[in-house]
Design a protein around this ligand. Structure first.
Ligand code: SF4
Length: 346
């Protein structure tokens, strides 16, 4: 019996695949190190299992506001993965998920006037990450689906406690809607160094380049979860996340990336800081909530227009598209609805 943790993880995954050879295996991929290691272990296990094919779908949830440097890495990796899977012909597939237009980050802020998220009002995680993935999982047959996550036991004391409580080891249950799905956690017992061992040692998929990923991690760390599993770390605790994130007080990963030479991030970073500053300016918020209760409500229409102007400037400065046509159309419709309301708040 092997004592190498990576080989042990592969053997456990071989057993899991052999136990459920006809299931639809859904692997949630963020581009970060943990989900990358989970994918590599599943592919190594598949090779070792002797199975002739596997119904494996790697899903990636695109929030539309991912850190641009990491976004380029993840999207190019994902495209290469798609081509590699098509070439292999083993039954592997990829799927990019996105929140519906009305739930996207800037449609909520600029269109509906939502204040940027904070720890106590973190509306973004369910809208941008959890729900798109949940909806996709809920559309699958619970009897015949296994969800694979790159969660690890040693990530933090908090996670250790919740994992210890759930007490089910590599196999757990995940509730989506009103149905339970099987959750398989292939890297649960790996330490960070072993995760990197798996990424560097295991060859498949070849489209994942270990060195650039490691270099990105030198300047940024962690990854946001896409599933509300009991053991998942809170979103924004990892920084493979949104460039707009105002949940963290200071975006240390972005500043480290800028210091490391990714100066193209500077305009995004400045915009995010500005958004955080104006959040609690009473002049920019309705004096009433949408529920009618007194207190800081949504951004005023003028504030939303000011934010949109800054987004336009940011698009010019970065030569990138931050809002697409559908999002701009949704914002215009939401403004028309709120134009009627604002008179009553004056
Ligand atoms: S990274 Fe920040 S903004 Fe993005 S979903 Fe997570 S908490 Fe929200």
């Amino acid at each position: 019996m092997t004592t190498d943790p990576v080989l042990t993880a592969i053997d456990a995954a071989v057993e899991a695949l052999r136990a459920r050879p006809h299931a639809h295996w859904l692997l949630a991929f963020s581009g970060g190190k943990d989900s990358t290691a989970a994918l590599k272990i599943i592919l190594a296990a598949y090779r070792k299992s002797g199975l002739a094919s596997l119904n494996l779908t790697v899903i990636y949830c695109d929030t539309g506001v991912e850190n641009p440097v990491l976004d380029i890495y993840v999207k190019s990796t994902f495209l290469a993965l798609e081509a590699e899977f098509a070439h292999r012909g083993d039954g592997f597939a990829t799927k990019i998920l996105r929140a519906p237009v009305q739930d996207r980050f800037f449609v909520r802020i600029v269109g509906r006037g939502y204040p940027p998220p904070t720890n106590s009002f973190r509306w973004c995680t369910p809208s941008l990450r959890i729900r798109p993935v949940s909806r996709f999982i809920e559309a699958q047959d619970p009897q015949n689906t296994v969800v694979v996550l790159g969660l690890r036991r040693s990530e933090s004391e908090q996670r250790d406690r919740s994992l210890a409580k759930s007490g089910e080891g590599l196999w757990q249950k995940q509730r989506e809607g009103n149905r339970d799905y099987d959750l398989f956690l292939p890297i649960l017992d790996l330490k960070v160094s072993e995760v990197w061992d798996a990424i560097f040692w295991l060859s498949a998929p070849t489209s994942i380049r270990a060195r650039p990923l490691q270099e990105l991690y030198r300047d940024a760390s962690g990854e946001c979860p896409v599933i509300k599993a009991p053991s998942a770390p809170p979103c924004a605790s990892g920084r493979f996340g949104c460039w707009t994130c105002t949940v963290v007080r200071r975006d240390k990963s972005a500043s480290k990336l800028i210091d490391a030479g990714y100066v193209e991030l500077r305009p995004y970073f400045e915009f995010r800081n500005w958004l955080s500053e104006i959040r609690n300016d009473p002049d920019m918020r309705w004096p009433q909530r949408r529920s009618g209760s007194l207190g800081m409500g949504p951004f005023t229409i003028e504030a939303r227009k000011a934010i949109l102007r800054r987004i336009d400037e940011l698009e010019d400065a970065t030569r990138s598209e931050i809002l697409d046509a559908a999002e701009r159309g949704a914002i215009a419709s939401l403004w028309r609805l709120d134009e009627y309301k604002r008179l009553s708040f004056r």
